[in-house]
Design a protein. Structure first.
Length: 404
């Protein structure tokens, strides 16, 4: 049996991976249904003349909250000695807080309450990210991590696609979309917590080291390079996806931008599944990580360049599967690589929380930078920035020495 601080050696079964997938699916749906559809729609409803600015303020505030919550919840879970385990209590708490924030958004009468609601969502769901990602190094052996990471990447994609489907086709009202997302995240957390084990940390093994919400890049340079790569990939993805609804409406001039977004997400999703599964199998079989990340960054950059060259529906249909294949391949391999550069077993969740800041910072920077770029250079400038930072990520990953 895997203990709280041991390096896992027994392969996890398909049932465990499936339940982790469902918990991640609920979490990502509750993040991306608002980001892709509900928050832009609500921003336009509350302040149509300044919808991009309001959307940027709301998502930026939520991203700022995530910067603190992710490593903090990770650190607290590393030191939790509950009889229910280290991670599960925080997973439940995160789902409840996130659902509460979605309920606040469902009835938000103004931008101030909208900001408050999204900050609650960000706090709760980023706490879940910290604990659910930590389940991988807690329970999955190294030789199985890329395949497991692939399923986590697929869950992010399905969360995006199903979230868009849920709030554009099945529950079309703004308040109903938020509440439906809240129900999904609660159900996903419940099935994982109730039906999977979580190793208990004995009180005598509780970490006594100095509490720090960061990892020294001088002492752990490979961790720093991996963090930088992850940040740039996520920033490139944010530049390429956050404003897709506005892009389809204002640049491509489609009569049904929400329906068109759903089509693009379907192409994106199918390619992501293929990239994640194939990349995970090949990476685990070969034991190599870096070459696959380089290929992933290249595919994502090509997708962005396609939209620099042409702001049309045809170019969008070409770019979507390229971006999906690249991002799926990246998530599968990156999660395995990131867990292999963690400094210590006793601080797994905290250190992964520091890495997860790389997921959250783009939520701060992208909404602040994107309106400026769009105003000065248009959407070609935005997608050009996406291609540039994604390519730079490849240079960062090449600097890592401890992982092939």
């Amino acid at each position: 049996m895997t203990t709280a601080l041991s390096e896992p050696v027994a392969r996890v079964r398909a049932g465990w991976v499936s339940l982790l997938f469902l918990a991640n699916l609920g979490m990502w749906l509750a993040i991306y249904a608002p980001i892709q559809v509900l928050l832009p729609r609500q921003a336009e409803l509350l302040a149509s003349a300044d919808k991009e600015l309001v959307f940027g303020i709301v998502t930026g505030a939520g991203g700022a909250v995530a910067l603190v919550v992710n490593p903090l919840v990770g650190l607290l879970s590393d030191r939790t000695t509950s009889r229910f385990g280290r991670r599960h209590p925080w997973t439940v708490a995160g789902a409840v807080v996130g659902a509460l924030g979605l309920a606040v958004l469902a009835t938000a009468p103004n931008v101030v309450v909208m900001v408050l609601g999204w900050c609650l969502v960000s706090a709760g769901l980023n706490g879940m990210i910290a604990t659910l990602i930590s389940a991988v190094p807690d329970r999955v052996p190294v030789e199985q991590r890329a395949q497991t990471g692939g399923f986590i990447g697929i869950s992010q994609m399905f969360g995006t696609v199903l979230g868009t489907l849920l709030v554009t086709e099945l529950v079309t009202s703004l308040s109903g979309g938020y509440l439906a997302s809240a129900v999904v995240v609660l159900l996903g957390a419940a099935v994982f917590v109730l039906f999977t084990p979580d190793a208990v940390l004995p009180k005598e093994l509780k970490p006594r080291t100095k509490i720090e919400l960061w990892v020294s890049p001088r002492e752990h340079p490979d961790f720093a390079w991996a963090w930088g790569c992850h940040f740039l990939i996520q920033l490139g993805n944010a530049f390429g996806t956050f404003y897709l609804l506005f892009f389809l409406k204002d640049a491509v001039h489609l009569p049904d931008p929400e329906g068109s977004l759903l089509i693009l997400m379907a192409f994106y999703g199918l390619a992501l599944i293929a990239g994640a599964i194939l990349g995970g199998i090949l990476s685990d079989k070969s034991g190599r990580r870096k070459p696959y990340v380089l290929v992933a960054s290249g595919l994502m950059a090509v997708a962005a360049v396609a939209l620099v060259v042409s702001q049309t529906w045809v170019a969008s249909v070409i770019a979507a599967p390229l971006l999906g294949a690249g991002f799926g391949l990246y998530w599968a391999v990156a999660l395995a690589l990131l867990t292999q550069v963690l400094p210590s077993a006793s601080d797994r969740a905290k250190d992964l929380g520091v890495i997860n800041i790389a997921n959250s910072l783009p939520q701060v920077f992208a909404p602040l930078l994107a309106p400026v770029v769009i105003a000065s250079l248009g959407y070609p400038g935005l997608f050009g920035a996406s291609a540039l930072v994604t390519l730079i990520a490849g240079f960062f990953i090449a600097r890592i020495r401890s992982v092939n």
